[in-house]
Write a protein that binds this ligand. Structure first.
Ligand SMILES: *Cc1c(COP(=O)(O)O)cnc(C)c1O
Length: 482
């Protein structure tokens, strides 16, 4: 998005693309939404897409593609071995990151599987700014322990810190000294830190982390799945780099790391992933497992069409007007909600707008999943599908007690270039309405609780018939509007 000034002086994010392929959306009446939510066990993952108006569950695999990406998919080179599509993909990555070796994989967690199997030994530690669900699971599966060394500001819901994704480098230095480099599998930095609200690290912080790692001969691994948002924030918020191009900043970041991996469901706006390495020896250690788990080294579980789309998508990531669309919509939404008093995570990050359910629904104890209840209520209110990121997404302790999450968030994801501003304004309106009737929303209780990843498949029910109350109020306030 260009910085276009309006005559009114209002700051409005302006789309720098036009829509040429559309998908019809359906907004079913509030009574039917209530029924659908109850049938889905009050779990937004279990809704049918046909019942959803604004699908803001995630940014994974649902970003809009450009016409150039679609065009490239038609000329893909479909062959098991030696596909030209792969060589185009490889050379684009080599050009952008300045690293020599590219291992293709079918998505981000597949990269994490291979990296963890190769580098994590039983009893070793993996310090990181913050964990991601699949990353942590793979490291633990291989006997490793995740150690989060985020700065204190990172875990505050509201902060003036522009780089809440930063690592606490003093803590990292101390950790390396205390445990010894031989007990550290690698250090991991996550761009656009997902679970704390899409928050970036600064380039300066990454430099410090890199120095500490390399001083002790420890590998620095970058999870670049949400790199596009982080690149934009470095350019926008970090004084030293505001005159550098996105391409230059990307190269600087890559130069500090030994291994980079990403989910192309986010970075590149297609579906796939890759591990990118600087040294032949690291490439050699992983290539066998890529062939075993993903596929031959020139497709790695991806279709050649997706490989072509990612190649173009990566180049488009170098365009500031492309990567600023998501963050600017999110900032707009965050600011409008703040004006109405709705508690949200600040500063606005990438990926989505994050509502603080603890303050939105202070009358619901964490054991009754305030973020889960808010996600359910938001769907009933407006056909809006967000994602619970709180206690429901944790696993129980071995004694059966709850693990109370640090934060109770509902993520309203903004898949890139998918929604228009009027749709975003509608979502803001419905969230504000719900906030004004928040006392109607009550807690949830499990009806069927799976042992692992319960947030995906678990079914819950309301502790009182509050969904009916919400529908009644909606009708009072909106008449026969949908
Ligand atoms: C989504 C994501 C992953 C996992 O990628 P998938 O393609 O969903 O397997 C890993 N790390 C981060 C930071 C992510 O956002």
């Amino acid at each position: 998005m260009e910085q276009i000034k309006l005559f009114s002086g209002q700051a409005l994010p302006l789309e720098m693309h036009k829509v040429r392929i559309v998908e019809k959306l359906n907004l079913i009446p509030v009574e039917e939404r209530a029924k659908a939510m109850i049938e889905a066990g009050c779990n937004t993952f279990l809704l049918r897409n046909k019942d959803v108006f604004m699908d803001m569950l995630t940014d994974s695999g649902v970003n809009a593609m450009s016409q150039n990406q679609q065009a490239a998919m038609l000329v893909a080179d479909d062959s098991y071995a030696g596909s030209e599509s792969f060589y185009r993909f490889e050379s684009k990555i080599q050009e952008l990151f300045g690293m020599n070796f590219v291992l293709p994989a079918h998505q981000g967690r597949a990269c994490e599987n291979i990296l963890s199997q190769v580098y994590v030994k039983d009893g070793q530690f993996v310090p990181m700014n913050y964990h991601f669900t699949t990353t942590k699971a793979h490291i633990q599966l291989n006997g490793g322990t995740v150690v989060e060394l985020m700065t204190e500001e990172g875990l505050k819901i509201n902060s003036d810190e522009m780089f809440k994704g930063n690592m606490d480098t003093n803590a990292l230095a101390k950790f390396i000294k205390d445990k010894g480099p031989e007990n550290i599998a690698f250090v991991r930095m996550e761009a656009g830190t997902n679970l704390i609200g899409g928050q970036p690290f600064s380039l300066k912080n990454l430099e410090e982390v890199s120095n500490l790692c390399h001083h002790s001969n420890i590998l620095l691994v970058l999870d670049a799945s949400l790199l596009s948002d982080n690149l934009y924030f470095i350019k926008k918020r970090e004084e030293d780099f505001k005159n550098q191009s996105i391409r230059q900043i990307t190269k600087k970041i890559a130069n500090l790391c030994d291994i980079i991996y990403f989910s192309a469901r986010k970075l590149g706006s297609a579906r796939g992933g890759a591990i990118v390495v600087r040294k032949q020896e690291d490439y050699d250690r992983m290539k066998g497992l890529i062939t075993l788990y993903e596929g031959f080294l020139t497709y790695g579980g991806m279709s050649v069409r997706e490989i072509e789309a990612i190649t173009i998508g990566l180049e488009e990531t170098m365009d500031e007007n492309m990567i600023n669309q998501g963050p600017q919509f999110i900032e707009y939404m965050t600011n409008e909600l703040l004006k109405a008093g709705v508690p949200v995570v600040t500063p606005a990050g990438g990926l989505g707008c994050h509502i603080n359910a603890k303050d939105f629904l202070p009358h619901i104890p964490q054991e009754q999943y305030p973020a889960g209840a808010l996600a359910a209520a938001l769907y009933v209110t407006g056909g809006i599908r967000g994602m619970e990121r709180g206690t429901l997404s944790e696993e129980r302790q071995s004694d059966g007690s709850e693990t109370l999450a640090n934060m109770e968030l509902v993520r309203i994801a903004l898949p890139r270039r998918v929604f228009t501003l009027s749709q975003v304004k509608y979502v803001i309106d419905r969230i504000i309405w719900l906030f004004n009737h928040r006392e109607l929303v009550q807690g949830l209780v499990f009806e069927l609780e799976p042992e692992i990843l319960r947030f995906f498949f678990g079914r819950l029910t309301t502790i009182s018939p509050w969904i009916e109350d919400l529908v009644k109020k909606f009708r009072e306030d909106f008449g026969d509007s949908l």
